[in-house]
Every structure is written in structure tokens, then in C-alpha cells.
Design a protein around this ligand. Structure first.
Ligand code: SF4
Ligand code: SF4
Length: 372
């Protein structure tokens, strides 16, 4: 794909900009967008559901009406919640063009593809529809955003070589996470020659607000803010071509742009420091599961224990983020936390000597509405 430069670029995730009276605050948004363009970046990411359905309209008012079309690129998405059948796709797509105020999208994605909705997207002919839109010149490039396992990603890429790029959740905290699988997803994309767009490089902004001990480790390196290390971590992987950030202040734009435009992959010392930061974050987790998976094989209820603990830890630590979605993905076709019969086979084998049954009861209360 020639749309992407060799070095990763910064993309503007238009989903958390300042709001006023239920709408994007035009003046604050104008200033953010103008500053972003001044920095030489051009990619804006939107979807119908963002900002209580005000994101597309906000881009129209603050970007499209104020800047020449050739000076920016827009990515929009086909979200399953808005289309029940094949006949709904074109009207929905046209409503998006109208809402954003453009005649074509530079990038158009099947949104949040995962096992739960893959068949539905197939049933309504979503992949075919995107191919047609591309052939008609109404979108320039087609791809999908993805939240599931590396195995499913591989299956999809095998079956749909027409997809040109993949958007994945990728950050240093999720790099080896058993549920999110950032590293494995990246490796599948690389193997299939698909450029990667990164979402959540700072895990919903959380890696910009590190615990003091972790923040000190990074500031001792003298290379920039915690956020800049998160962005540069992603930019250090050669097949990552776009890094989306939900910027809400001019300082965010300046800081993020400086981190990416420097074009400096992390040094070995910086990678090592990030590794230590990850250890600090892991040590603060509610369940110190190392995802060794020894417990999984012998569970008579086929409970994906490490994946459940990953979602549980994220929910405990960061609250209402996307852990419920990862929990649902992980237990699909397997045992939920509440399915544990308390046999204890897992605890006999766990090298961390975790009270797995007790933690699963907590997860069941959190995710399955079952009281511990
Ligand atoms: S105690 Fe629960 S999680 Fe552990 S092996 Fe038995 S059923 Fe599976
Ligand atoms: S055996 Fe213990 S540490 Fe290993 S995955 Fe299972 S719960 Fe986690």
C-alpha cells in the first residue's frame, strides 16, 4: 500500500475531543485539528458511534469545511450495530459520507471484527460491499479493526486477501496479554504483508498516567513523557504504519507529534526500561497470573483462566474500559468464570500458587453477575 510511509505516522482518533453542550466544542476542536495538520499529519479516524454519534459531524464542521479535501485523509467504519442486512449497507455508507461532508473515504473499515460478529458480517456481505465501494472509487482503501485472537485474525486474512490493512490494539502493557495478544496479532499481520494501524497505543490514555515508580523509571531516561514512550514503543515495529491517538489538548498534539516525528525507535536501554515498567504494572495487578497456561489443560469446565484474569485485572485497574468485550470474546464457546465447579485441579498445578477459585468467583461476580 503506497498510502503509508516507511516510518509510522500519527493519526487523530476523533473520539475524545472536547465537548460543549453535547457537541464537539468547535473552537477547541478547530485548534486541535489545525495544530495537528500544522505538524504535518493528515489522518483522521472516526466512526458513527464515537462521541455519542457526534464524531462524524464534528469532523465535517471542524475539518472538512475548513480545509481542502486533499490536505487530510479520513477513515470511517462499517459498524454492525447500524446494519441488519445487506440492503442496509449502502444507505448507511451514504449517510456517513453525508455526515462527514465528503465524496469518498480514504480508508473504510469493517469495525471491531471478532468471533462474535464475523459470521454476521459474512452473512450481510460486508466484505463484498467494501470491495464494491473500492472498485467504484468511493473508498480508497479497505481493511478492518480487530479485537480477537491471532488464530481468528489469521483465518480472516487467509479468507479475505482483499483486505489491505488491519487495525489492532497494540501497546506495551498488552504486548503479551493472553486475551488481547498484541504481539501475536502484529506477527500475523506481518506474515500476511498487511500494514498495521494501531489503536489504544496508550491503553485508553492509561499509559500516559503511570504509577510514580514507573514514571520515574522513564523520566530518568530523559527522553520525553510517559505517553511519548508508549507511542515510540509502537513506532519501533516496522510494519506499524499509523498510530492513532485520542488527543484532547494542544499539549497532547505537540507531545504526540514530537514523539512520532522524531522517528526514533526505542533504544535497547529504553526497551529495557519499558520492560521494567510492564513488570511494575503487572505487580500491581489484582491477580498475578503469568499466563503460563499450565492450569488450562486440566480444567474439566474448559475455563480460559488466564484470559479471564487478564480481563479481570484490566477491569479492576482501569474500570469501565474494554475488558468486558475481551471477557466475552475469551469465554465464547468455553466455560465462563461462573462455570467453575471448584475441583481445585488448576490450583494444584499453578506455579504462582494462586487462589484461582477465589479469583474466578470475583471474576464471576464482575462479569457474570454472579455474587461471590
Ligand atoms: S477449580 Fe474451577 S477453574 Fe480450576 S480446574 Fe476446577 S473447574 Fe476448572
Ligand atoms: S497456572 Fe496459574 S499462573 Fe499459570 S496461567 Fe494458570 S492461573 Fe495463571
Amino acid at each position: 500500500m503506497t498510502e503509508f510511509t516507511q516510518q509510522a505516522q500519527l493519526g487523530f482518533g476523533y473520539l475524545r475531543v472536547p465537548m460543549k453542550d453535547g457537541k464537539a466544542d468547535p473552537e477547541a476542536s478547530n485548534a486541535l485539528i489545525d495544530r495537528f495538520l500544522e505538524k504535518g499529519y493528515t489522518y483522521f479516524d472516526t466512526a458513527r458511534g464515537y462521541m455519542d454519534e457526534k464524531s462524524e459531524e464534528g469532523l465535517r464542521e471542524c475539518l472538512v469545511k475548513r480545509h481542502p479535501r486533499e490536505s487530510f485523509r479520513i477513515a470511517d467504519k462499517l459498524t454492525i450495530d447500524y446494519v441488519a442486512s445487506e440492503a442496509d449497507i449502502l444507505p448507511f455508507f451514504e449517510s456517513q459520507l453525508e455526515q462527514v461532508g465528503v465524496e469518498y473515504f480514504d480508508f473504510y473499515l469493517i469495525h471491531t471484527l471478532m468471533a462474535k460478529n464475523y459470521q454476521k458480517f459474512l452473512d450481510i456481505g460486508a466484505f463484498e460491499a467494501l470491495k464494491r465501494l473500492k472498485a467504484e472509487g468511493r473508498v480508497r482503501h479497505i481493511g478492518f479493526s480487530f479485537h480477537d485472537t491471532a488464530d481468528l485474525l489469521e483465518e480472516i486474512l487467509k479468507n479475505h486477501p482483499e483486505m489491505e490493512f488491519v487495525q489492532i490494539q497494540f501497546n506495551y502493557e498488552d504486548f503479551e496479554d493472553p486475551a488481547i495478544q498484541s504481539r501475536k496479532l502484529y506477527e500475523v499481520c506481518e506474515a500476511y504483508g498487511k500494514p498495521v494501524i494501531v489503536m489504544e497505543p496508550l491503553k485508553g490514555g492509561n499509559l500516559a498516567r503511570l504509577p510514580e515508580k514507573a514514571a520515574k523509571l522513564l523520566s530518568a531516561l530523559g527522553g520525553g513523557s510517559p505517553a511519548s514512550y508508549g507511542l515510540r514503543f509502537a513506532a519501533s515495529f516496522p510494519n506499524i504504519k499509523m498510530i492513532l491517538s485520542g488527543m484532547t489538548t494542544l499539549q497532547d498534539v505537540d507531545d504526540n507529534a514530537a514523539a512520532i516525528s522524531a522517528g526514533k525507535p526505542l533504544t535497547k536501554a529504553e526497551f529495557d526500561a519499558i520492560g521494567k515498567v510492564r513488570e511494575i504494572l503487572q505487580a500491581e495487578q489484582a491477580v498475578k497470573c503469568t499466563a503460563c497456561r499450565y492450569c488450562v489443560k486440566g480444567c474439566p469446565m474448559n475455563i480460559p483462566i488466564p484470559e479471564i484474569f487478564s480481563a479481570y485485572n484490566t477491569q479492576k485497574r482501569y474500570g469501565g474500559w474494554n475488558s468486558r468485550m475481551y471477557y466475552s470474546n475469551s469465554v465464547r464457546g468455553k466455560g465462563r468464570a461462573s462455570a467453575c465447579i471448584g475441583c481445585g485441579a488448576c490450583e494444584d498445578i499453578c506455579p504462582q500458587h494462586l487462589s484461582i477459585r477465589e479469583h474466578l468467583a470475583g471474576a464471576a461476580e464482575m462479569f457474570d453477575q454472579k455474587k461471590a
